[in-house]
Design a protein around this ligand. Structure first.
Ligand code: PRP
Ligand code: URA
Length: 217
C-alpha cells in the first residue's frame, strides 16, 4: 500500500520491496537503455495494479460452461495520458495490467532555458471525461509539465484525474498541491530537492534520454 507524507496530503509514495529494488537499479547510471525501459515498465505496472484497486466496477452476468455467473467488470473507460516523450516509457507496462485502457497523448517539452513547459501535440479520445484518466510521466520536477497537462485535461472536462510518476521532487508535489489539490500524486519515490538546473536530486538523470538512448544528443 502507498504511504502518505504529512507535508503533502495529495501524495502517495509506494513502499514495496520490489519497487525499491527496481528503482535502485533504474537510478544506477550504468543501467543500459534496454534494462532501463524494462524496469520502468515493470514499476509502472506494479503501481497501477495497486492504485486501480478502487476503480468503480459494475455487475456483469456471463455464462460459464456450467451455469450463469454475475461478476464485476470495470464500470468506466480508463485513459492513460502519457506526457511525451518520457511518459511513453511507462505506458506498455501499464497496458500489460490494464489492456482495456485507451492511450491519449500530450507532447510537452520543458524549455531548458526558461524551464517552462511547451505544448507541441495533443490527441485524446473524445469521451475521455467519462472515466478515470492517469497522467503518466516518470519525472515530476518543477511540476510545470504535469500542471500544464492537468490544466489541458480539465479543459476537456476530465474530473477523475490521477498523476502517476516514478520520482517526484518536493517542489513539484507542492506545485500540484497548490494548483490541483484534488489530484492524487502516486510516486515510487519522493526525492530530496531540485538542483540549480531543475533536475531532481538524487534522481536518475534525464528520463527521456535514458529511455530512448539519446543521452548527450
Ligand atoms: C522531462 C520529464 C517531464 C519533465 C519534468 O521531460 O519527462 O515531462 O521533464 O520536468 P518539470 O516537472 O520541471 O516540468 P522533458 O521536457 O525533458 O522532455 P522529454 O520527455 O521529451 O525528454
Ligand atoms: N526531467 C528529467 O528527465 N529529469 C529530471 O531530473 C528533471 C526533469
Amino acid at each position: 500500500m502507498p504511504s502518505s507524507d504529512p507535508r503533502f496530503p495529495n501524495l502517495r509514495v509506494f513502499d514495496h520491496a520490489l519497487i525499491h529494488h527496481k528503482l535502485t537499479l533504474l537510478r544506477d547510471a550504468t543501467t543500459t537503455a534496454e534494462d532501463f525501459r524494462a524496469l520502468l515498465n515493470e514499476i509502472a505496472g506494479l503501481m497501477v495494479f495497486e492504485l486501480s484497486r478502487s476503480f468503480p466496477t459494475r455487475p456483469r452476468t456471463v455464462q460459464t460452461p456450467l451455469e450463469s455467473f454475475t461478476g464485476r467488470v470495470l464500470a468506466q473507460p480508463v485513459t492513460l495520458a502519457p506526457i511525451l516523450r518520457a511518459g511513453l516509457g511507462m505506458t506498455d507496462g501499464i497496458l500489460r495490467v490494464l489492456p482495456e485502457a485507451r492511450v491519449g497523448h500530450i507532447g510537452i517539452q520543458r524549455d531548458e532555458a526558461s524551464r517552462r513547459p511547451v505544448n507541441y501535440y495533443t490527441r485524446f479520445p473524445t469521451d475521455i471525461a467519462d472515466g478515470p484518466v492517469l497522467v503518466v510521466d516518470p519525472m515530476l520536477a518543477t511540476g510545470g509539465s504535469a500542471e500544464h497537462a492537468i490544466d489541458h485535461l480539465k479543459r476537456l472536462g476530465c474530473r477523475d484525474l490521477q498523476m502517476v510518476c516514478l520520482v517526484a521532487a518536493p517542489e513539484g508535489v507542492q506545485r500540484l498541491l497548490d494548483r490541483h489539490p484534488e489530484v492524487p500524486v502516486f510516486t515510487a519515490a519522493l526525492d530530496r530537492q531540485l538542483d540549480e538546473n531543475a533536475y531532481i536530486r538524487p534522481g536518475l538523470g534525464d528520463a527521456g534520454d535514458r529511455i530512448f538512448g539519446t543521452v548527450g544528443a
